[in-house]
Ligand binder design. Structure first.
Ligand code: ADP
Length: 161
């Protein structure tokens, strides 16, 4: 049974991220979305918020679960009994970083394989950092993130959360 971990900061989760998770869930028996528990000061959403947003995204997806983690991603994969790390690839810009990360992970854990899914055409331009930038300028990101994430962004801007 092939189990995959899909790790990231997901600050916040976009439709591009969700597309990768749903497609991965068609390839692997189980997909664990792993939200990196990074120090909150450089993030817009804390770990709980980022997890809850993902949970809402994959409610009803039977083979996708959500966890948070600290430390090395390959250690999490071992703990979860996963043999694959899934990552999404956009244009050339992602390649160098992902190659370096994949080679480092391979050195840390030679039994874990990295599998890359190409971004779908409509999400090629999407990134969490661009979403945060648009949000900071008060612009709408509707259609780039799931509706509940859009709502959370608008509430944060209004100081509700
Ligand atoms: P990081 O793990 O570097 O903090 P993110 O949390 O933004 O990055 O993204 C997690 C993973 O999803 C990465 O593999 C990233 O390349 C991929 N990804 C981000 N945006 C998209 C997108 N629009 N389409 C496909 N994959 C994406």
């Amino acid at each position: 049974m092939a189990k995959a971990v899909y790790p990231g900061s997901f600050d916040p989760v976009t439709l591009g991220h969700l597309d990768i998770a749903i497609r991965a869930a068609k390839i692997f028996d189980e997909v664990v979305v792993a939200v990196y528990d990074a120090p909150p000061k450089r993030l817009l959403f804390d770990t709980d918020e980022r997890m809850r947003m993902w949970e809402e995204c994959v409610r009803g997806e039977k083979n996708i679960s959500v966890v948070s983690y600290k430390g090395l991603t390959v250690d999490l994969a071992h703990q979860m009994g996963a043999s694959v790390l899934v990552r999404g690839l956009r244009a050339l810009s992602d390649f160098e970083y992902e190659l370096e990360m994949a080679l480092t992970n391979k050195r840390m854990a030679s039994d874990i394989e990295a599998v890359f899914l190409m971004s779908s055409n409509e999400y090629l331009y999407l990134s969490s950092s661009r979403i945060r930038e648009l949000w900071g300028l008060g612009r709408s990101v509707q259609g780039m993130v799931p509706d509940h994430v859009d709502l959370a962004l608008r509430q944060k801007l209004a100081g509700v959360t």
